[in-house]
Ligand binder design. Structure first.
Ligand code: ADP
Ligand code: ZN
Length: 434
């Protein structure tokens, strides 16, 4: 279902014309209003007038997370503070938080792209949407909230925490849609079982999950356990929050990135050169309409690729692939690069393992060590010790074979790994910082 047929099916030519117009307008605005950008333009020897086609984008300077930190809190805002009606901050998964500000028009656009994302997932005014993303400085809760309201659905602003109670609310209010991080959704499912709420008897049919990396294997596990369709949604506070890109229920092959508001590129993270569609690299986003804190060529550090081929749902907006990793999460184990999702992918191929896992990295006698703890389900847990040991061996062998690193795998008892109310903590890095 389309929320805004005209915008979502805009022919590519028209979409690109609109992007160019907005890009030029953006350059003019930030050049005039943000000293940081004016200086960057000067250093690069360009002016807003140098931008005559979308291909000229590559002439423009990048913006990095560090820039937002250096100008903390409001240094990159492009409007006076009294035009800002809301502040959010990133969850600080990877260091000091960054602050973003929204004008009333920004909030309107955010609700709009989030509503498109909800509609693409199959949500409509008849739905009851239970939002279990955290409400607060984190963009997840309020982002999903206003999107669901814009669609006209009934919103339950549950936020994170009080998990058993949430299971009761799911049942009592008859939620048909659940918005959460995928790891919290699973936690909620477990808590529901413990408190006697059977998902099979609930009207729940769609889950809109994002804000953290997850694998296709985890999607299958969630769909099987909860009896729902799980949709992948992407976003980041710096650009807006959730709803930058989202899957359509029709195809579920990549997330449509709302290109009338966000202009994407994929670059080689080392050289900074643009890569062609289909190639995996770092996603770089330019905000085309944002007023509060517009960003030029923002390096997301998320690794994915772009797919411009037509989607069967009829939307013309480009699709980004499942986020394959976040460069901050990349572990270097004795010189080999490893992403948690790669390990998750290998674990999820085996029967009886839950997507609750943790990767523990340490340094012993100057050598990096890698341990993977993964929870078994009850059935596997009841199996013979010998079989479990064989499974551990097999997982170790697969990790070595596919990722080229030696890992020690430990099967853990059901429910022994710490649960999070927001983003799961997958990596425990005990190596001394040098
Ligand atoms: P933080 O950087 O503190 O985690 P945010 O809460 O803004 O701040 O999180 C945005 C990040 O979350 C993205 O840059 C990306 O790494 C991750 N993310 C969001 N949605 C997804 C998704 N669907 N799949 C994988 N990663 C995601
Ligand atoms: Zn589609």
């Amino acid at each position: 279902m389309l929320f805004d047929i005209r915008q979502e099916t805009l022919p590519r030519e028209d979409l690109e014309a609109l992007q160019l117009r907005r890009l030029r307008d953006l350059c003019g605005r930030i050049h005039a209003n943000v000293p940081f950008y004016r200086k960057r333009f000067e250093e690069a020897g360009i002016s807003p007038a140098s931008i005559n086609s979308l291909a000229d984008l590559r002439l423009l300077p990048f913006t990095e997370k560090q820039d937002l930190r250096d100008y903390y809190p409001f240094g990159l805002f492009a409007v006076p503070r009294d035009h800002i009606v809301r502040l959010h901050a990133s969850s600080g998964t990877t260091g000091k938080a960054v602050v973003v500000g929204y004008t009333a028009r920004d909030l309107d656009h955010w609700a709009e792209v989030m509503a498109r994302s909800m509609a693409a997932a199959g949500v409509n005014h008849a739905d009851v949407v239970h939002v279990a993303y955290g409400y607060g400085l984190f963009t997840g809760g309020l982002g999903a909230h206003y999107g669901a309201e814009r669609v006209g659905a009934t919103v339950v602003p549950a936020s994170g925490g009080a998990t058993r109670r949430q299971a009761h609310l799911l049942r009592d209010f008859g939620a048909t849609v659940l918005c959460a991080t995928p790891s919290y959704a699973l936690h909620l499912w477990e808590a529901a079982r413990e408190t006697g709420v059977d998902f099979a008897t609930l009207p729940l049919r769609v889950g809109i999950f994002g804000a953290e990396p997850w694998s296709e294997g985890m999607r299958r596990d969630i769909e099987e356990k909860m009896g729902i369709t799980a949709i992948n949604i992407y976003g980041l506070s710096e650009i807006m929050g959730p709803g930058v890109a989202s899957e359509c229920a029709e195809a579920r092959q990549g997330m449509h990135l709302w290109e009338d508001h966000f202009l994407p590129e994929i670059i080689d993270p080392v050289t900074g050169e643009q890569l062609p569609p289909g190639e995996v690299g770092e996603l770089v986003l330019t905000t085309l309409t944002k007023e509060g804190i517009p960003l030029l060529r923002y390096r997301t550090r998320d690794l994915t690729s772009l797919d411009y081929t037509p989607c069967r749902c009829g939307r013309t907006h480009v699709r980004i692939g499942r986020i394959q990793g976040r460069s901050d999460d990349m572990l270097i184990i004795r010189g080999v690069n490893v992403f948690p999702q790669q390990i998750e992918g290998i674990l999820m191929e085996s029967e009886g393992l839950s997507p609750n896992y943790q990767i523990i990295v340490d340094r012993v006698d100057n050598l990096d060590t890698l341990e993977v703890h993964v929870e078994m389900d009850e059935n596997l847990f009841a199996d013979e010790i010998r079989k479990l040991q064989m499974l551990e061996k097999r997982l170790q062998k697969n990790i070595k074979e596919f990722l080229g690193v030696t890992a020690r795998v430990r099967l853990a008892e059901p429910r022994s790994i710490e649960r999070s109310e927001g983003k799961a903590r997958r990596i425990v890095d005990k190596r001394p910082r040098d």
